[in-house]
Design a protein around this ligand. Sequence first.
Ligand code: UTP
Length: 290
Amino acid sequence: MRVRKAVIPAAGFGTRFLPATKAVPKEMLPLVDRPIIQYAVEEAVASGIEQIIIVIASGRSAIEEHFDSHPALERWLEDRGQIELLRAVRRITEVGTIAFVHQKEQLGLGHAVLMAKELVGDEPFAVMLPDDVMLNPGGTPVTGQLIEQYSAHRGSVIALHRVSREDTSRYGIVAPLREEHRLVEIGDLVEKPPPDEAPSDLAVLGRYILSPKIFDKLETTQRGAGGEIQLTDALRALAREQPVFGYRFEGVRHDAGTRLGWLKANVALSLESDEADEFRAYVRSLDLRD
Ligand code: UTP
């Protein structure tokens, strides 16, 4: 079955960015010229996804408004001949169907994904965590790569990336059963293991293609680490019943979910933007000695 739908959870409190995220969702913080979440939406569209389901926190409308049309602004830009900006504003609303579902209580990522159950129905779907900004310029987008693997192997597929041993405690780490080139058959997953307990150096990043069976698992998943319903716990249960693969994707990942990661992502993307020359000159002019 084709992968047509993507779920983008964006209902978290974003505590690592407080107080910036008190009124503005983390996913709406800008990365150069657009909010973080727009990168994920663009990746979904470039990967052939036809319907995007964004999970938002009840009472927060900024993300919904961002993807809605804004006739007064469009008229204003048109009247002033600001055609490039007008195009940029219109492009946001021309990305296909976006549906919004609310998560009333922040019970964790697994719970957020479960909120999309009715809209996803009985078909495989993508989950894209927007604060992992995945770019593969000139190549297949990361979600597209996972969809190709899903089609070839008919099992759920998780994006993997090798990390240094010291960093295993920051990620979900997989225990591989078999590894063949970029594809890994997953036996188990461990959440944030210390380096000496990590079963591998293969970390889970925020892109998944999941079998709809994950919803059954999420429904029976008890609150785990941090009192939250964890997607990782449901994935472990799924891996006991169905093949779950990992795929070491091609491309670059920026971690826009932490303050330092977000700053680094802004620097990296600014160095590739229209204003790269001026920005590079500015960075060179800084006194970077201790
Ligand atoms: P994070 O673990 O980054 O949590 O969630 P967070 O709340 O956004 O940020 P911190 O850790 O407090 O700083 C990963 C993804 O899951 C979503 C987030 O919006 C983010 O895209 N999420 C998390 C939900 O949608 N609902 C939740 O209850 C928790």
